[in-house]
Ligand binder design. Structure first.
Ligand code: ADP
Ligand code: MG
Length: 681
């Protein structure tokens, strides 16, 4: 018998139960013991019977003062067993159905402990099917695990099976190197597993939790770094020409760079001239001016004789970059190509051919760029915009198209420090912590439906001044099941209210050419109000647009709200964001409160991580990062930093984990990351 045995080898688990368990991600015994409780029932606290409330789950201790049995013939011989229990303070009735066996176990005038849900009806207290201490299996245990369940699996089942597997834990091997256990005073893995499920006391539970959180964060970081190290073996990068100065490009801009932009450009320039492969994350809030930084780097790469590529997550954004960069590079004789899945075959062939021949210097596009048939002549620089939308593998696929090209990833959504450590552990980080001059803070207001009329009045004043307005809705069409306004119905409403204005609709289901036309018109100031779904979310830049109305703002996460708000305030005009919050839920209120009180993307990102948890944050799953079972990135920053140090220490000594001492940890990582394709540590 071994830890890798299929779950079916446990007595009592047949095909049906096995299928149900698989829904919980449990296929082997090892999966089972790594299925941690979501909570615990603390039975150390015995309550007085006169002190319990309706609906609470309580532990009671009392003497059986009467036992009665009735057989109910109507309902298929249902037998009802009723006990009256008394303690010093009061009495309660305990009820069991069809529990013949209990008659022999529960004796009058003896004391027992009962654990269950209290029901109080017209002052009469009762408890249905409680656990009874004297006969329960979990003897002497005060803290019991509570697992997340699925149909066909009960709490009792899981507790029983966990017990069985834990009792035969002998072949669960320690995988952490001894030095790490020692330095961090970790308990050993068997102890941790045993006590995470059936803690003997709170202290042991705490030690076990710490160990398992440590493991999870350690393995996560070690795994990600190992994958990247593997991809970086042939470590010599390109030295771009020192003779090509980025200033030749930036000095001709119509504005002066901010100090932050100048610093970041200098950091990039240094990396590009050196032989090391640049791997740099440029973090800057919306509107901080990242595009020009990308342009300076592209200028350097192309004028040094290499090709560059820039990938954006949506076609609208990619097209916007394409149009702007084509204009900006026109006088420098840099040829720019565009690629997206919507491009017609004939045109596509031409582009691909030019690219491979080296006739295109810069390719801009969506993820269509990572298709295998896209080949470059000599790719030297890879830029991804709004990086958090792309996975680890997509990033690697793109850089594989060149020979160790330099890499810049740009993100407009600030990433909390903790997540950056994990997602971009190997990246150097450049921070644009300054906005171009003349920008005014966006004023944000929260309203509900009642405030809409006043808000429309305000829109009217702004439009009269020549400004433009975005209205964003969570849905395209009205849907019966979801109580939210759709872009289409808002569009119809607004057309009635603002008859004299030009109003257009933009959503993801429209044809690309239609979307383009609408965006072009909005850009040119020909549309007063643009009603859209979140397709507008990233990157779009129309400085004359000053109002962002977000309908059903409660349906959006904080980072998304911040992104949407970032579509305005991009010029010198005072800009506004109006959140139409239709919900009274705590989280919706909290989000609105955060949005109205700060414009700082980093604060918002940290809050977002706290409120939503890392699972949903930027879709961690998309990154190919295994799900966290016990660690919480918002809470366990300290442990995260500790594990980061340990990971670095380990990799410094044994970069590719080939040392015999690290064999077990390597196997463990491969198991942990088994769901990532291309894993090849
Ligand atoms: P983001 O960081 O969100 O990608 P962009 O690069 O789109 O921001 O820049 C937003 C706007 O600010 C653009 O219109 C750009 O031309 C302008 N801009 C960038 N840097 C400066 C600067 N230093 N001074 C004035 N305007 C700037
Ligand atoms: Mg941008």
């Amino acid at each position: 018998m071994g830890i890798n045995d299929e779950i079916k080898t446990i007595k009592g688990i047949g095909t049906k139960k096995a299928i149900a368990l698989e829904k919980l991600g449990i296929k082997t015994k090892e999966d089972l013991i790594n299925y941690y409780p979501r909570d615990y029932e603390d039975r150390s606290n015995i309550k007085n019977i006169n002190n319990i409330n309706n609906g609470e789950t309580a532990l009671l201790k009392g003497k059986v003062t009467s036992i009665s049995k009735t057989n109910n013939r109507n309902k298929r011989k249902k037998q009802i067993l009723k006990l009256l229990i008394e303690d010093n303070t009061g009495s309660i009735e305990i009820v069991f159905f069809n529990a013949n066996y209990l008659e022999k176990v529960l004796l009058k005038n003896y004391e027992y402990e009962f654990f269950g849900k209290v029901n109080i009806l017209n002052g009469k207290k009762s408890m249905l099917h409680p656990d009874i201490s004297k006969i329960k299996e979990e003897e002497n245990l005060n803290i019991l695990p509570v697992y997340a369940l699925t149909k066909g699996i009960t709490q009792k089942d899981l507790r029983k099976w966990q017990k069985i597997v834990i009792s035969e834990l002998n072949d669960l091997e320690e995988y952490l190197p001894y030095s790490i256990i020692e330095r961090n005073r970790l308990c050993d893995i068997k102890y941790a597993i045993k006590n995470i499920h059936f803690p003997e006391n709170k202290q042991k539970l705490k030690e076990s939790k710490y160990r398992l959180i440590f493991d999870e964060l350690f393995l996560l970081q070690l795994g990600l770094l190992s994958i990247r190290n593997k991809n970086k073996i042939d470590g010599k990068g390109i030295c771009f020409s020192k003779k090509v100065e980025m200033q030749s490009f930036t000095n001709n801009l119509s504005y002066n760079l901010t100090k932050a932009q100048t610093r970041v450009i200098e950091e990039i320039n240094k990396d590009m001239e050196s032989q090391k492969i640049m791997n740099r994350l440029v973090q800057g809030d919306v509107g901080s001016g990242k595009t020009v930084i990308a342009e300076a780097a592209i200028y350097k790469a192309v004028k040094s004789g290499y090709q560059a590529v820039m990938m954006a997550p949506t076609e609208i954004l990619a097209r916007q970059h394409y149009e702007n960069l084509q204009k900006d590079f026109d006088e420098y004789n840099i040829s720019v190509g565009f690629l997206a899945s919507s491009i017609k075959i004939k045109e596509k062939k031409e582009i691909l051919n030019d690219l491979e021949m080296g006739k295109i210097d810069l390719l801009i596009g969506t993820h269509a760029i990572i298709q295998p048939y896209v080949k470059f002549f000599n790719l030297g620089l890879v830029i991804t915009d709004e990086q958090h939308r792309f996975g680890v593998n997509q990033r690697n696929l793109l850089s594989d198209k060149g020979k160790n090209p330099d890499i810049i990833v740009m993100t407009a959504t600030p990433i909390p420090r903790t997540l950056a450590i994990i997602l971009y552990g190997d990246l150097d980080i450049s921070l644009i912590d300054e906005m171009p001059p003349g920008r005014k803070e966006i004023i944000t207001k929260e309203i509900n439906s009642k405030g809409r009329k006043a808000a429309y009045g305000f829109l009217n004043t702004e439009i009269k001044k020549g400004r433009q307005v975005y209205v964003v809705a969570p849905l395209i069409d009205e849907s019966d099941s979801i109580n939210a306004r759709s872009a289409v119905s808002i569009y119809e409403d607004l057309k009635n209210i603002f008859k004299e204005y030009k109003i257009n609709l933009l959503h993801g289901a429209m044809k690309q050419s239609e979307k383009d036309t609408v965006m072009e018109q909005f850009n040119a100031g020909e549309i007063n109000i643009l009603v859209s779904t979140v397709v507008i979310e990233v990157g779009i830049n129309v400085p004359n647009a000053t109002i962002m109305v977000i309908e059903n703002s409660e349906r959006f996460g904080l980072s998304q709200l911040h992104q949407l708000r970032g579509r305005v305030g991009r010029g010198s005009y005072q800009s506004y964001c109006i959140l139409v919050n239709q919900s009274n839920s705590d989280i919706a209120k909290k989000r609105a409160q955060i949005m109205t009180s700060t414009n700082d993307g980093f604060i918002i990102a940290e809050k977002d991580l706290e409120l939503r948890g890392p699972g949903e944050f930027f879709g961690i799953k998309q990154h190919g990062v295994p799900e966290l079972k016990i660690a919480d990135l918002a809470k366990h920053i300290k442990i995260l930093n500790t594990t980061k140090k340990e990971v670095n220490l380990l990799l410094e000594k044994d970069k590719f984990l080939i040392d015999e001492n690290n064999k077990k940890i390597k196997e463990k990582i491969i198991m942990t990351f088994k769901n990532i394709d291309n894993i090849n540590i």
